[in-house]
Design a protein around this ligand. Structure first.
Ligand SMILES: Cc1cc2nc3c(=O)[nH]c(=O)nc-3n(C[C@H](O)[C@H](O)[C@H](O)COP(=O)(O)OP(=O)(O)OC[C@H]3O[C@@H](n4cnc5c(N)ncnc54)[C@H](O)[C@@H]3O)c2cc1C
Length: 472
């Protein structure tokens, strides 16, 4: 055992949460060590999550654009195309990200330590290097940012060859002919949409009534129609009793009602669980809540005040943007720096095809809190940009209070929804009225113009409610 080293802050995990925590500490002039067990810096976000999945999505979208823009293009994508060629830019993107992050850490004087961390006591972290050598790092403040991994289900034998999870799905060599997706959440729907667009026969199986059941119903319907048009199927209200590889060509799923679904590959996407087992939390006096997540306050402070946690480790929603902000906040709080108000409205961005984005209340939530909220709609078929690009599967909903003046939420499905949502976010955060969208001149043709069209829809309904005649 090497002698102990002392740091002001030790951060465990180099994903978005850990990186931002470490940089924030170093920028404040503190001695910071960042521990990561994997070879590269960046966490799940870079190697198994956001970046790989969005790289495949880019190929699927380009393929769709090609189909959409060419009247003579009739063929589909050959399924024997190696998956690697659809991920051709992945290495480049990962390398660029890695070197950017490594430079940022070095520039700011963060000490990077490669190895596995575990707590020995409230102030001592053991670092086990690849060769098994151990060293103790003493820290005034500890930030746990170890992320999450796919939830394992005892009865589903994931072999990472035929039955895959979101960590292994992109290790397939070729596109399969068919893919069954267990689960109707974000990761399930994102991959289902991408593979369907690439010509794979996709079947989503979920126990819920509809996929993405935490989102606005009407918005999800637009996504579902689009998925169905690509040949995708959604089996609602189905539980899976048994899953097995038949040893020859198919994964066989037996459903609760006796139905059998056969597919060449299966993606199991039934939620995430925190990476805590290796951390030896008890040694520091920490324990998980009844749902299995690490409880923290609004600053990410655990029950032991100098130990903080940030990112996916804290449970859903699992978003890189949220993880980064939590990392920054945790260290700012630990150092007594201004933390800023906790943001209570985080935009949700889902990279299905078409994209979905949401902020604030949806129609159903508004209806439970207000009597008669007004909903303004703009369909992308009515927007010039939608007609020009052919991206007509789209809907933007503005949710207003019963007076039709105050904005309560924005729900979007359609091309660029994850970008468009930020206009609604700024409006909500700054208390902009519905009329503000009407008084604003939007560039033409743009998808953003949908905000004005939806606001005009609210104006029309408002006037009807007030019993006045709407001017043309
Ligand atoms: C398929 C998929 C698609 C996604 N798409 C999006 C998206 O489009 N947009 C978005 O915002 N988010 C997306 N996410 C979520 C996003 O990747 C996560 O929210 C984000 O990576 C969480 O960051 P984190 O820092 O908490 O953890 P992670 O990125 O998981 O990083 C944790 C790090 O801790 C390390 N670690 C764990 N235990 C130890 C230990 N004992 N010692 C040392 N190191 C340890 C791990 O090796 C890992 O590198 C996606 C996730 C998946 C799986």
């Amino acid at each position: 055992m090497k002698p102990a080293s002392s740091y002001d802050i030790v951060v465990v995990g180099s994903g978005p949460a850990g990186q931002k925590a470490a940089i924030q500490g170093a920028k404040a002039g503190k001695r910071v060590a960042l521990i990561e067990q994997e070879q590269g810096i960046g966490g799940n976000c870079v190697y198994r999550g956001t970046i790989p999945s969005k790289t495949l999505r880019e190929s699927a979208v380009q393929f769709e654009h090609l189909k959409r823009s060419s009247e003579v293009f009739e063929g589909g994508l050959r399924l024997d195309v190696p998956l690697a060629s659809l991920l051709h830019r992945l290495d480049e993107v990962v390398k660029a990200h890695e070197s950017y992050m490594a430079n940022q850490l070095t520039r700011n004087g963060v000490t990077y330590r490669h190895g596995r961390a575990k707590l020995l006591s409230p102030h001592d972290v053991q670092l086990e290097a690849v060769d098994g050598a151990c060293q103790t790092l003493k820290a005034e403040t500890i930030v746990l940012a170890t992320g999450s991994r796919p939830r394992s289900i005892p009865d589903i034998p994931i072999d990472h060859e035929h039955i895959l999870d979101s960590d292994s799905i992109l290790s397939m060599i070729y596109l399969p002919r068919s893919l069954a997706v267990l689960g109707g959440g974000v990761i399930a729907c994102e991959y289902a949409a991408m593979f369907a667009l690439l010509g794979v026969e996709v079947t989503i199986i979920d126990k819920a009534e509809r996929p993405l059941s935490f989102l606005d119903k009407e918005v999800v319907e637009v996504f579902q129609h689009s998925l169905q048009r690509q040949g995708g199927r959604f089996y609602a209200r189905h539980t899976v009793k048994e899953v097995a590889w038949d040893g020859v060509s198919s994964v066989v799923a037996r459903l609760g009602n006796g139905m059998v679904v056969k597919s060449e590959k299966m993606l199991v996407a039934l939620g995430r669980q925190p990476n805590v087992e290796e951390l030896n939390l008890e040694a520091a006096g920490l324990s998980l809540d009844e749902k299995g997540w690490l409880p923290v306050n609004e600053y990410g402070q655990t029950a032991v005040p100098h130990i903080y946690a940030a990112g996916d480790l804290l449970g859903p929603p699992s978003l890189a943007s949220r993880a980064m902000e939590q990392g920054r906040r945790a260290v700012s709080h630990a150092l007594g720096l201004p933390v800023g108000e906790a943001v209570n409205q985080i935009p949700i961005g889902i990279y299905t095809i078409p994209e979905i984005a949401s902020i604030g209340l949806d129609e159903e939530q508004a209806a439970t809190r207000y009597r008669g909220p007004i909903v303004g709609r703009a369909r992308f078929t009515e927007i010039a940009k939608g007609q020009i690009t052919g991206a007509c599967d789209g809907l933007l909903k503005l949710i207003a209070d019963p007076s039709g003046e105050r904005l309560l939420g924005v729900q979007i499905v359609g091309e660029d929804a994850t970008e468009l949502i930020h206009l609604g976010q700024m409006a909500l955060q700054n208390g902009a009225t519905i009329d503000r969208f009407i008084d604003t001149i939007f560039s033409f043709p743009t998808f953003a113009e949908a905000y004005r069209v939806a606001a005009l829809d609210i104006l029309g309904q408002r006037r009807k409610r007030q019993g006045t005649v709407q001017a043309a």
